[in-house]
Design a protein around this ligand. Structure first.
Ligand SMILES: Nc1ncnc2c1ncn2[C@@H]1O[C@H](COP(=O)(O)OP(=O)(O)OP(=O)(O)O)[C@@H](O)[C@H]1O
Length: 487
C-alpha cells in the first residue's frame, strides 16, 4: 500500500507541476497552497503529509488503491475510516465490476428479498443503500449454476459468466419436462451437471420454473406444488447445498428492471401472458394463453417456402432463415404493397431469398387465421389481460400493469414491440391504454437466464433467495411436503 501511495503522491505532484510549470521550484513552503504538498517532488519520506491534501485528492487516492486497500485504510484513523466508508467510493468500485451499474442498483434496491420466501420483507422502494456493505457481500456471494429448462430449448451456465455456456434442445433430449417426474427431472439435471463438469454439492442452483398455463384452479395449484416438491427432492437428493426456484416470467421481468408488469412470453409451443405484481404471478387475475409459439412460426414459414418451391434441407434451415430475415410489419396491408425482398446465407446450404414471407410468417401472431390457426390474436389476448388487471382493482397503484415486457426467442423478431403497442392503443379504451409501453425482450432468448443471474449476484442471495437442504428436510419432516407450495 505504501508503495502505491507513494506512486499516487508522485503523480499528484507531477500533475501540480505540469499545471504550474514555473511555480513549483520557486514556491516557499510557507505559501498556503504549498502547505498541502512536500517541498520536493522526490520527498516521499513522510506519509503524514497526506493529511494535508484536499479531500477530493484523498478520495482519488483511495479509488486508485482499489477496494482491498481502501477497506484496510479504514483501520488507520477516524478520518481515513470516514473517507473509506464514503458511498460514492464504493459505488465507484461497484461500477468497475462485471455487472452494469443500473442492474446492480435495481437488484440491490428491489431484489433484496425473494417475495415468495419473505413476503413481509419485500419492498419496492428505494432505501438508502450502503454500497460498502453491498460491495463486501457481493464479493463473497458464491457462484451458482443457472438452469432454464425451456420447453423447446434449455439454457444453462454459471452465474459468473456473461451468458449461458450451454444450450440444448430440451424436447429432443428430455421430452417435455413440464410434466414433472422424479426420474425425468433427475436425468435432466444430472445431464446438465455432467455437461458442465460440476459436482452438484459445490454450488447453489437457480432453477427457472416453467410457466404455468392455467388459471388459479385447484388442479393448477396442485400441479405447481407437485412440480416444486419433486424438483426440491431431486436436487437435495443430489446433495445440492441450496436451491432457488423462480418463475420464468418473473425472471424475464427482472431482466427488464421491473418487478411489476405483464410478461408476454412467446414460448416454444404456446404464448403466455402473465400479470406480475411485485414479483408474484397474479394467478387470481389470470394467465392468458394463446396456442401458438415459435414452433408454429417455423412451421408456417416452412409452408410458405414450400408454396414458392424454395427447397431446404431441414427445419433447422427454416429456423435459421426465420431468425435472419423475418420481422413484424407495422402495418400488414401497407407492407404487402412494398418491395420487401431480402436474402441471407445459411452455412452449407447457400443463399435464400424471401419477399412477403418475411413478415407474413409473424403476422399469424396477430392474424392466426392466415396460418390456418384457430387462436386469439396476440394483441387481443394481451388486451384481455390488461382489462382483467384494470378491473381487479386490488391495488392502489393502477399503473403497475402498464409495462408489457416481451420474452422468448420469437419475441426478438424486429418490430414486434412497436406493432403490439400500436394494436393495444387501437384496441383498448384510452383510460386503460394510456401510458402502456411494450418493451422488447431485454436479452432475447436468454431474458430469464439473465434475470436469474441478477438474483444470483445480489448481496443477500444465499439467505434471502435460497432454500437450504437442512431447511427443506426439517420443514418436510415437520409439516409434510405441502409447505413447499409457499415457496
Ligand atoms: N432473433 C430471433 N428472431 C426470431 N426468432 C428467434 C430469434 N432468436 C431465437 N428465435 C426463436 O426462438 C425459439 C426458441 O425460443 P426460446 O428459447 O425462448 O424457447 P423456450 O425457452 O424453449 O420456450 P418456452 O418459453 O416455451 O420454454 C426458436 O424457435 C428460435 O428460432
Amino acid at each position: 500500500m505504501a508503495v502505491l501511495l507513494r506512486k499516487v503522491w508522485g503523480s499528484v505532484i507531477a500533475r501540480a507541476a505540469a499545471a504550474q510549470p514555473d511555480a513549483l521550484p520557486r514556491q516557499a513552503s510557507s505559501s498556503p497552497r504549498r502547505r498541502t504538498a512536500p517541498a520536493q517532488a522526490g520527498d516521499y519520506g513522510s506519509l503524514g503529509a497526506l493529511d494535508a491534501l484536499p479531500i477530493d485528492v484523498l478520495a482519488q487516492i483511495l479509488r486508485l488503491l482499489g477496494p482491498a486497500d481502501a477497506a484496510r485504510s479504514s483501520a488507520v484513523c477516524r478520518t481515513w475510516r470516514l473517507l473509506a466508508s464514503d458511498n460514492g467510493l464504493w459505488a465507484f468500485f461497484l461500477r468497475l465490476g462485471p455487472d452494469p451499474w443500473e442492474l446492480v442498483v435495481f437488484a440491490e434496491t428491489h431484489l433484496a428479498a425473494c417475495p415468495a420466501l419473505h413476503p413481509g420483507l419485500y419492498y419496492d422502494s428505494s432505501p438508502q443503500l450502503s454500497f460498502k456493505q453491498i460491495y463486501g457481500r457481493r464479493a463473497v456471494v458464491p457462484g451458482s449454476i443457472i438452469v432454464d429448462g425451456g420447453s423447446g430449448y434449455c439454457k444453462y451456465g454459471w452465474s459468473k459468466y456473461a451468458a449461458p455456456s450451454g444450450r440444448c434442445a430440451t424436447f429432443l433430449e428430455f421430452g417435455n419436462i413440464e410434466s414433472p417426474m422424479y426420474a425425468r427431472l433427475r436425468h435432466f439435471l444430472s445431464t446438465i451437471y455432467t455437461r458442465m463438469q460440476v459436482k452438484p454439492s459445490t454450488q447453489p442452483i437457480i432453477i427457472v420454473l416453467p410457466l404455468c398455463h392455467s388459471d388459479d384452479t385447484e388442479s393448477a395449484r396442485a400441479s405447481r406444488k407437485q412440480y416444486k416438491e419433486t424438483l426440491y427432492s431431486v436436487l437435495f437428493d443430489m446433495n445440492v447445498p441450496a436451491v432457488c426456484a423462480v418463475d420464468q416470467a418473473v425472471l424475464a421481468l427482472y431482466a427488464a428492471k421491473r418487478t411489476s408488469g405483464i410478461v408476454v412470453n412467446i414460448g416454444f409451443n404456446v404464448t403466455s401472458i402473465v400479470p406480475i405484481f411485485q414479483g408474484m404471478v397474479m394467478h387470481e387475475i389470470g394467465v392468458e394463453t394463446v396456442g401458438q409459439g415459435a414452433l408454429k412460426l417455423t412451421g408456417f414459414l416452412k409452408e410458405l417456402m414450400q408454396q414458392r418451391n424454395i427447397s431446404f434441407e431441414s427445419l433447422y434451415t427454416v429456423r435459421t432463415i426465420k431468425e435472419k430475415l423475418c420481422y413484424v410489419a407495422a402495418d400488414y396491408e401497407a407492407e404487402l404493397r412494398k418491395d420487401t425482398q431480402a436474402s441471407c446465407e445459411v452455412d452449407g446450404e447457400g443463399w435464400f431469398t424471401l419477399s412477403e414471407e418475411r413478415f407474413k410468417t409473424a403476422e399469424i401472431l396477430f392474424q392466426p387465421q392466415i396460418g390456418g390457426v384457430r387462436a386469439m390474436g396476440l394483441h387481443k389476448a394481451v388486451s384481455l389481460c390488461l382489462d382483467h388487471c384494470y378491473n381487479s382493482e386490488v391495488f392502489g397503484d393502477d399503473s403497475w400493469y402498464k409495462t408489457v415486457v416481451l420474452s422468448g426467442g420469437s419475441a426478438c423478431l424486429p418490430g414486434l414491440s412497436e406493432r403490439l403497442e400500436k394494436e393495444l392503443h387501437e384496441l383498448l379504451p384510452a383510460h386503460i391504454s394510456e401510458g402502456i409501453r411494450v418493451l422488447p425482450p431485454p436479452f432475447c432468448t436468454d431474458s430469464a437466464w439473465f434475470g436469474a443471474k441478477m438474483i444470483s449476484n445480489v448481496s443477500t442471495f444465499t439467505e434471502a433467495w435460497c432454500v437450504k437442504k437442512k431447511q427443506f428436510r426439517q420443514k418436510t419432516r415437520r409439516n409434510g411436503p405441502s409447505f413447499v407450495n409457499v415457496w
